[in-house]
Design a protein around this ligand. Sequence first.
Ligand code: ADP
Length: 227
Amino acid sequence: MTQAVVLFGSPGSGKGTQAGLLKNCLRVPHISTGDMLREHIRAGNALGVKVASTMGSGALVRDDVVNRLVEDRLAQPDARDGFILDGYPRTSAQALHLCGWLDGRGIREVVIHLIVDYNVIVARLTGRRQCPRCGTLYNIVSSPPRVEGVCDLDGETLVLRDDDRESVILQRLAEYESQSRPLIEFFRKAGRRLYEIEATGQAPEALLQQVCRVIRSPEAGVAAEQG
Ligand code: ADP
């Protein structure tokens, strides 16, 4: 059986952190559209050049570009037994595309919506720092590195992501509200397997236990998991 997990939630809801922990449990790849797009920007290739200004402004990259990127990634051999999607789908066109892809292969997904308070999200995003080499995320308040401004793992100088500046954060959150949040209703109405987890204030490892529990629960349909 293919394990298809979709981690859904606002920017800063902890999808990336959960996906990183979960991939070690499930032994399937963590597929983050944001990371893939940033990788193209770093490589300076045609796609990277095309998406850089859109990402820098906090707007969403075009659906056809992202759909293609994900489809190519899902075709890689390491995704054969499953995958964790982080940051995809984010619009109804992407959700329809993904559902078609999954249904065409008889794969049943689990969508996990991580619910986090808005104020907590803003604090997390503004304090976020990332290692440009290994991608590890820190927060200057809640999870600082051992030495200020330096990655614990490889000693690289941490950076503020371009789109973690305050004006851009507000734009990203606005995009989430208008384009992505409505997908929860879409998943529900379409009878997809959707679980909602109250994640505010939960330590990543505790949240992981809950996420694993819902992934393993065999029953179909909509369920709510309270923290
Ligand atoms: P976050 O979830 O914190 O916003 P991501 O790394 O997932 O961070 O996304 C960063 C940016 O990458 C988004 O603001 C958007 O410009 C682009 N992006 C990532 N995933 C998608 C997607 N599925 N559709 C469109 N744009 C995307």
